[in-house]
Design a protein around this ligand. Structure first.
Ligand code: HDD
Length: 729
């Protein structure tokens, strides 16, 4: 039958609909919405050929992010289906020859279900396997425009971002609060392409040349025979490596300091580590280092607390971040730049800017704020987003270029290469979380997991068959800038520059910049970690290294290990950098957790205090003997004596005479961890019974509001360090 007129019209309409679904608008073209990461999309199909594909404005349909018909899979429609969309009437029983008989090979649903499950895991990252991410927005201040042409740094320009925080050494399921460096990787989905700032919470690195990266990681990872210890540097191979590589000393000092055990991802600094070369619109260049400064200040756990958290709440940091974002306490960091002249020597105040084991003290080159990052959305799906995000230090935008730092140079290879195994093929930038928000028009084709349906026949240049598309960008089209950097006449060598040779001045600078309590923590950390080594020779060798840093540090660790103190040579004089210390500042208490121990028979003051805590932007958690409503009130216990543990609280208030030994433990732990503790009414008796009735940071008063006010002031300094005056000057 020939279709009648009406049928034909209906068919045409349906075809139009399908064409629209398969060919959603290209981002950046008139009428198209910018692609959103909320809406991971199906790939775009071929566009109908355009007669006017003659100019660079025309974007051909390659794997750019798209608006698309189906938003995401799973838990969306009404019926359970197979992966190919057939509805299922049963997913709980396999197809069998009789109800007690063998399963039939023809049960395609069973086979699909189990086959897919069998392949759910992908290789974890070879380093930084344990991590947690969040979406957010970066807003430029426009203050960097004199040194950097990157569009996303423009005044008021808003750029979506995804940030992934991580530990380095542990496996994907390891604990969050181990002593380690933390990764701080940010993907800016700028209009000029993705810019990845793949940094750490420490400004220096263990090694000066990327060729040694496999070595330092082999040493830090668990021993290959027993695969222990997990997520620790407190073992022989790590200390064997660092004690034989004095270039690692500076990073080791940071790791053993309180920076190695952050209180929260929200309270960490971030550093791009390397020196980058920035270019402005006039083509002028500077050398620069990127810094992230957290609005909440830089704070750490104390060691015992970190260890307890590893057991009681291995997800401590990811829970903290997710909860804060969920509750609207959006963490913020200011991005800043240290700017140094781009001199032929690439040094500043005698510091080789190509050496990633060196900092430039902030007192010499102040960090200049250039924009604000706010994390405001948790991932919807851990695997799709946090696990599959692929960072690469080579993802640059016009205005940011790399330098010849040999560590950075090796990274430029490694980050692309590692994704081939981890994400199974070369098309990882088509995974929704990695898709740029800028239009993509590359000539990359095919490969595993190709999602784009490319139109055109000529993915090469020049071509005449696709109207010459793609076209190369001219200067006014803002292409990437590779700075024409003059190179000295050189001989091919495998050598480190002589200017990389000083491995001790900056570790000493770090030590001398710390407050006494931070120094004491550092001595304790070295003593603990080396105390876990079996080999005497390793401990002795590391003591020799420490003798090159500082006599007090070395003697403190030697004493703890019960080993002789090696002689210290005359050490260089350094000028401390106060910016390196975490102590001595005052910070907002936003998002801090206040535990309130309640006796349900004595609720006076609890309600007011709870409301004042909330109004102050902090989080009150009521702790009672059992769950449920408190007495006859509408207050509800959020923690019980059974579920609460001190590690969860930044400060503890005791509002009732809770005589339970678990409360006494909570008070004692908060006391040991230098947390502010307050009590009123019969709560004082509980403090006294725990042996913590008086001392610095113990606030008691009849008026609960006064107690809270004082405790909040103490929180501004993070901890009550004067409770335990350090023995070190
Ligand atoms: Fe790296 C991951 C940070 C040196 C090779 N690195 C990775 C991540 C961070 C860093 C934060 C996790 C990214 C994520 O969340 O997915 N890495 C650094 C910093 C370094 C550094 C700040 C020095 C300044 N890295 C470094 C070197 C090499 C690598 C010298 C190799 C020569 N890094 C990798 C990697 C990883 C990685 C193997 C593992 C997973 C990944 O890349 O995507 O390619």
């Amino acid at each position: 039958h020939k279709p009648g007129k009406l049928v034909k019209a209906a068919l045409e309409k349906a075809v139009d609909k399908v064409t629209e679904l398969v060919n959603p608008p290209i981002p950046g073209t008139p009428g198209s919405e910018p692609p959103s990461l909320d809406e991971p999309t199906e790939p775009r199909g071929p566009l109908p050929p355009k007669p006017d594909q003659t100019g660079p404005e025309t974007v051909s349909p390659t794997g750019a992010p798209t608006g698309a018909p189906q938003l995401s899979r799973g838990q969306q429609g009404e019926f359970l289906t197979t992966s190919t969309g057939a509805r299922l009437h049963d997913t709980d029983h396999s197809l069998k020859a009789g109800e007690r008989g063998p399963t039939l090979l023809q049960d395609h649903h069973l086979r699909e279900k189990v086959m897919h499950f069998d392949h759910e895991r992908i290789p974890e990252r070879v380093v930084h396997a344990r991590g947690y991410g969040a979406h957010g927005v970066f807003v430029g201040y426009g203050t960097a425009s004199n040194v950097c042409m990157a569009g996303f740094l423009g005044d008021g320009v808003e750029t979506p971002v995804f940030v992934r925080f991580s530990t380095v050494l542990g496996s994907r399921g390891s604990a969050d609060t181990v002593r380690d460096t933390r990764g701080f990787a940010t993907k800016f989905y700028t209009k000029e392409g993705n810019f990845d700032l793949v940094g750490n919470n420490m400004p220096v690195f263990f090694i000066q040349d990327g060729i040694k990266f496999p070595d330092v990681i082999h040493a830090g990872k668990p021993h290959p025979d027993r695969e222990i210890p997990q997520a620790q540097s407190a073992h022989d191979t790590f200390w064997d490596f660092v004690s034989t590589h004095t270039e690692a000393t500076h990073h080791v000092m940071w790791n053993m300091s309180d920076r190695g055990i952050p209180r929260s991802y929200r309270m960490m600094e971030g550093f791009g580590v390397h020196t980058f070369r920035l270019v402005n619109a006039e083509g002028e260049t500077v050398l620069a280092k990127f810094h992230w400064k957290p609005k909440l200040g830089v704070h750490s756990l104390v060691w015992e607390e970190a260890q307890l958290a590893g057991g009681f709440d291995p997800d401590f940091h990811r829970r903290d971040l997710a909860d804060a974002i969920e509750s609207g306490a959006y963490p913020q960091w200011e991005l800043g730049l240290q700017i140094m002249p781009d001199s032929p020597q690439q040094t500043f105040e005698g510091i080789d800017l190509l050496d990633p084991t060196k900092i430039v003290p902030e007192e010499l080159a102040p960090v200049q704020p250039i924009g604000m990052l706010t994390l405001n959305r948790n991932p919807q799906n851990y695997f799709a987003e946090t696990e599959q995000v692929a960072f690469h230090v080579g993802n640059l935008v016009p205005g940011v270029d790399v330098t010849d730092d040999p560590l950075l140079q090796a990274r430029l290879f490694s980050y692309l290469d590692t994704q081939l195994t981890r994400l199974a093929g070369p098309n990882f930038n088509q995974i929704p979380i990695n898709r740029p928000h800028a239009p993509v028009n590359d000539m990359l084709r095919d490969g595993f997991h190709q999602h784009a349906v490319h139109a055109g026949v000529a993915p090469y240049r020049p071509n005449t068959l696709d109207g010459g598309n793609p076209f190369v960008a001219k200067a006014q089209d803002r292409p990437l800038v590779e700075v024409a950097q003059p190179l000295p006449r050189a001989v091919k060598v495998r050598e480190a520059p002589k200017s990389f040779a000083d491995h001790f001045t900056q570790p000493r600078l770090f030590w001398q910049s710390l407050s006494p309590v931070e120094k004491e923590h550092l001595v304790n950390a070295f003593t603990f970690e080396l105390g876990k080594c079996y080999e005497q020779a390793i401990k002795e060798r590391e003591l020799l290294v420490l003798a090159g840093v500082d006599a007090t540090l070395c003697a403190g660790v030697a004493r703890g290990l019960g080993l002789p103190v090696p002689a210290t040579a005359r050490l260089k004089k350094v000028t401390p950098s106060p910016a390196l210390s975490q102590v001595g500042h005052t910070w907002p208490p936003d998002g801090r957790i206040i535990g309130i121990v309640v006796d349900p028979a004595d609720l006076d003051g609890v309600r007011t205090v709870r409301e004042t805590v909330l109004a102050g932007g902090m989080v009150p958690l009521l702790i009672a003997p059992t769950g449920g409503p408190l007495g006859d009130s509408d207050l509800v216990a959020q923690r019980t004596f059974h579920t609460a543990r001190s590690i969860e609280f930044d400060a503890l208030l005791v509002a009732g005479n809770a005589t339970d030994p678990r409360v006494a433990l909570m008070i004692q732990e908060c006391f040991r961890h230098a947390k502010a503790i307050g009590a009123w009414g019969t709560g004082r008796t509980a403090l006294e019974a725990a042996g913590c009735g008086t001392g610095p940071g113990i606030v008691v008063d009849d008026d609960p509001s006064k107690v809270l006010a004082e405790v909040t002031t103490l929180l501004g300094a993070h901890r009550v360090w004067d409770r335990f005056p350090p023995a070190i000057a």
